[in-house]
Design a protein around this ligand. Sequence first.
Ligand code: ADP
Ligand code: MG
Length: 697
Amino acid sequence: MKTVPELFGSMVFDDKVMRATLSADVYRNLKDTIRRGKKLDLSVANAVADAMCAWAVANGATHFTHWFQPLTGITAEKHDGFLSPAPDSHVIMKFSGRELITGEPDASSFPSGGLRATFEARGYTAWDPTSYAFIKEKTLCIPTAFCSYGGEALDKKTPLLRSMEALNRQALRVLHLFGNSHVQRVVSNVGPEQEYFLIDRDMYLKRKDLIYTGRTLFGAKPPKGQELDDHYFGAIKPRVKAYMEDLNEELWKLGIYAKTEHNEVAPGQHELAPIFTVSNIASDHNQLMMEIMKKVARKHNLMCLLHEKPFAGVNGSGKHNNWSLSTDTGVNLLSPGETPYENAQFLLFLVAVIQAVDDYQGLLRLSVASAGNDHRLGANEAPPAVISIFLGDELSAVLEAIEKDTPYEGSHAQRLRLGADVLPRFNRDTTDRNRTSPFAFTGNKFEFRMVGSSDSISCANIMLNTAVAESLRQFADRLEGGEGDFDARLHELIKETIIRHKRILFNGNGYDEAWIREAVEERGLLNLRTTPDAMQMVLVPENVEMLVRHGVFSEAEIASRYEISMENYVRTVHIEALTMADMARREILPAVIRYCGDLTDTVNAKRKALPELACACESKLILRLSGLIDGIDAAIEELASCAEAKADRDSTEQAFYIRDVVLEKMAALRALCDEAETLTGAAYWPFPTYGELLFGV
Ligand code: ADP
Ligand code: MG
């Protein structure tokens, strides 16, 4: 039995392995590429490929693949063997530098949103040396970016790397103004907390809705749901515990720092949080983590549900994207510092984030938009579709003192002069946790809580990084150019930024109806409740200009991503609608009809024996169920006919039609079926109920 330190990273071609297997020269060259984005020579690539191949083969690998993240939401792999023929009918295991650096998968079956005509089906993958290669199922996986023949990004990694570059560029300008000339690189870090449900696999297999759509499309509320809050942080059941232990081991082998695990609010719901790391690696790891969570579950005869809303009426699942900025000198730029300058610098980065979130609410909202996440955001559940920032009382008071030029009451009795005064340390205040805020400051990082549980975290971080890069660009332009006392100009800038963007700050209850009204009517914040609404934000000229200015997306790439998101939305709901109609027609109706038939037979038999019997209960049930049977039949017809309508229209028109018409018909059919469930004998019901699914592990 291996110890955790022995196990950890044992399947990763990481720094330790590189140091042990590469010559000093090659190692130094590769590190320069990793740290500073220096171009890699082919000779270095060849040496790395040799070492990688030898290491992978020694660890049981037979194949290699460029591992990438096309716009399907999951990862893709195209396996190639290391096996090469050698003289005398022998074989050798080999792999060249060129094979390491680039690949050429056929791109024609990956979504491109019109970026690539099928006759130019070639796509290219390019090695991301900053994310370590790893072995999974006897295959050496090389994290890569994926682009079209013309260089347009067809994946999620490319724009994420570009956004990190943009952020680095602008943050360095600002840091240099503060005299931090030794800092050479700024990166954004992410720790994504992943929520999920575990259910029994035998039950799962009895439900077509779970199989086809990842969520339940029917299900009456069970007598007990999450009312008692007795699951949150409760004792973990043995079967779940065994799953978590197994999962941790698999993740540790891949160098993923899975750390905390606990039960969540809903029954059957859990959370897994890795330790934070650089955003592109965090994103790769999160994709891997989701894949492995599902795979390990099957070994325990469980199913891991990553859908944002697997059960109506029960909390959905999200991914809390904990985000911060740090320098290569080890400073967290979102952590209040020790000296007046560090504090002024902290406040400047803080207001940069505030401005970014206010100016680009629309982009942040659309970065988390999906058919699944629509059931969480904007549906009286955490968090709301309106974006606001929670800062906590202490930091809010500091900003208010700066804004109003009033004394800060915390520890100073004087007015704060940034750059001259030491700010009080605002420690993370545990009494101050606000769980309803979509974007909360938690001491030295921001927690963006709107990301959906099944989504890649890339999109959210692309928008966050780029929007903050834009604030920093504006700040640097202003501070670099101006004349006069730097401290005074800095103070002015921070003060102005607070005044201009304080509408986005909100410390209260984000679920409150009154807040949504205030946010929209008085503060003019966006309330984009559904994916089709949110996606329109990518067509707003200022948003497009900003993304293009920082080189994160080209206009063509933006247009293609819009198209893909709308198509995904349409397809997802379409599959749900067809699955509903099928289950209602072929499973629910027959069950209810059979129960009704048995009731009728019973009445007939009883009356035959005793003609004076009223059979009041049976008769009442037969009447109600017969009404429901007719209602369900009609609702299926309506849903089926509208699900197919508008298929010839463009995806935008289809998406709005689905949102306004199809989803309503689905809700109507569901309501009737759920009512029928509460009246039909348990033995007749064709698939496991909510109670069985949620409490069945
Ligand atoms: P919580 O109380 O919200 O669970 P934790 O301290 O457990 O907070 O952290 C939650 C997540 O935030 C973890 O994934 C953790 O690694 C991550 N995290 C902590 N510090 C930072 C940071 N500076 N930048 C990014 N993520 C961070
Ligand atoms: Mg958290």
